[in-house]
Design a protein around this ligand. Structure first.
Ligand SMILES: C[S@@+](CC[C@H](N)C(=O)[O-])C[C@H]1O[C@@H](n2cnc3c(N)ncnc32)[C@H](O)[C@@H]1O
Length: 92
């Protein structure tokens, strides 16, 4: 990674199964992780990611993952179903 870019990035470990929300994010990529979790844990993690996003923020999942039929589905608008890109609703 370009050094000038690296100096502007905060690197941190975060355990999705135990840690709390992690700030006011505008974009979260969480790709190919949820597929390893059961339904309850997927809902926990998606709740955590949703709490971590600002209203109008974007969530990008892996191609085999989705928010459909999860606890947070009503809180997002699908931006690109193929790219699994979702926008958190302003009025959630
Ligand atoms: C299949 S890899 C996907 C890596 C990358 N996101 C991608 O799409 O190529 C799954 C990733 O989930 C991470 N992971 C597994 N359990 C996790 C947890 N409880 N909290 C945070 N990350 C976790 C692993 O460390 C690994 O990097």
């Amino acid at each position: 990674m370009e050094r000038s870019l690296k100096e502007r990035v905060v690197f941190a470990n975060h355990n999705l199964t135990g840690d709390e929300s992690f700030g006011e994010m505008r974009l979260v990529f969480c790709r190919n992780v949820l597929i390893y979790f059961n339904r309850d844990l997927q809902n926990r993690v998606l709740g955590l990611l949703t709490d971590s996003l600002v209203h109008g923020g974007f969530l990008c999942l892996g191609t085999k993952e989705d928010i459909e039929f999860t606890d947070v589905s009503s809180r997002y608008r699908v931006v690109d179903g193929d790219a699994k890109l979702f926008k958190k609703q302003e009025t959630s």
